[in-house]
Design a binder for this molecule. Sequence first.
Ligand SMILES: [Zn+2]
Length: 324
Amino acid sequence: MNREALDELKQQIPLMGYLQAHDWHPARPLSGGRWMGLCPLHEDHKPSFLVDTNKDLFYCYGCGRGGDVIRFAELYHQVKFPEALALLRQWRGVEHSLLHEAERFYRIQFHRHSEAFAYLYQRGVRSWATIELMRIGYAPGGCLRGWLTQLGHSLPVLCQAGLVTAAGYDALVHRIVFPLEGNLYGRSISTSAPPHRFLPGAKGGLYAWTRVQQYPELILVEGLFDCAVLWEVGFHNVTCSLGTHLNARQFRQLCDAPRTVYLAFDADGNGSGQQATQDLSRRLRERGIPARRVPLPEGHDPNSFFVQGGDARQFQSLLEAAQP
Ligand SMILES: [Zn+2]
């Protein structure tokens, strides 16, 4: 990418707009179009993050980091320069439409490949309403590239978005596809491939945040299949962090209003899920957010709990038994 293209990208993405879209709010104005607020790059307790809207630059007096919108994207999403550029372009909307087309394609494929519904059924996701609500699709592999090039997207653009590999093959093969905010998640339906796959770039905020953020009590789960089964049996106040480790944005979202958070992570034998639950519960309490740990039976996550016969009433009892 040359100098002009970089400048053009920066012009199209004013730093303040990008910050606000990532849940940053200025706390107080200074002179000359400058603002102070809490730093989104470290755990900040008094505003030390300065934004200069005329120069489109930021600087944090707490963690000492500063720069332009590209530098911010690098630090915020914890990616290198080229990936930060890709994320910004995507945010600008160029690749957003591309992901949309890919999603549309995968949703059409879902109806053409019976193995996709069979897999969902076996994971306890059985209603069309859930499939529609979550916009679930299926990547059979080997035909997305053709579809997207026919729509006028060039191969380098498809590779850059991570939809097609450098060798020219579809990146997602035999995977159930869930659209995320600015990304796609693919769950392998075969046991020979790694189970989880995301496109390059950030996994985004908490799943379906705009849908669930108004609930005063939220259930946080690890995986999309946990979320799907709970939605399906009538718990609508469920969101998902796509793994036990929350990124900075996801953590801030949980803390952005008074609410109680029920943590229903995998109660695995080796204890890593339980450790993550304890750590998160402590961090939330430090921010004044009451957190409760849902006592799932040993070896279970919410998905397996329902797949193996658990019902909504039993899960409700687990919520009532949840301890800080
Ligand atoms: Zn900072």
